[in-house]
Design a protein around this ligand. Sequence first.
Ligand SMILES: [Fe+2]
Length: 267
Amino acid sequence: MTTTDRDETRSRDGLASQAVITAEIERIREEDARSVVPRTQPRIDFAPYRSSILRHPTKDLHQADPETIELASPVFGHQDVKPLEADLTIQQNGEPIGERIRISGRVLDGDGRPVRRQLVEIWQANAAGRYVHKRDQHPAPIDPNFTGAGRALTDDEGTYSFLTIKPGPYPWRNHRNAWRPAHVHFSIFGTEFTQRMITQMYFPGDPLFPLDPIYQSITDQHARDRLVAQYDHDSSEHEWLLGYRWDIVLTGSHATWTERDGGTDHV
Ligand SMILES: [Fe+2]
């Protein structure tokens, strides 16, 4: 935290300082710590994440007939997903810049059983923290060899694997000098469109964790920890890449946090 952050509660551009955001995060965490039931899912009315206040649901969700929805919703066939789509480093004409990594893990149900043939989609910023997205205009370079999107199907063991580049942290306008910890967005499609779940995976030891209101919108430490991949030396490859392991648990007390009720960040 800088002296400027500490001294000012609101900067000239009207954004709150990190000190204000951090104090709000701490106050809500203390409030939730008194709760008997740990909050393992994000609070949708989490004020430190400013834009979520404007767009989270305030009324009960409408119940809809899932069969009717599926008549007009996207569908995919397993044959549509090509194995090479899981390699984000070969989508263009050259090698993307950055730290080559593999992210692999298993999709499991609450009883530890593999969830097979699941469509897993990821999207992420490049090594400089820039998305290929018209709303991302911050002054970091676009990598012409990296689009940052990939997909894969889980195998019989529920295992998925992506070859990609480690994303960089990026600034966003939630508050003054706000930076998102490096992360990869994940979507698990389920067996029907109505089951789709979205979450984010983080990298171990990121110094931005305590400052980030999206990560901190889950006030239970153990639940937050489950969003952080582990470095996996056995899946690193000699002179080629670093391996990270991240399992996704869909249900039960160890379920991975998802964005089913709240919003996500700007892209
Ligand atoms: Fe993001």
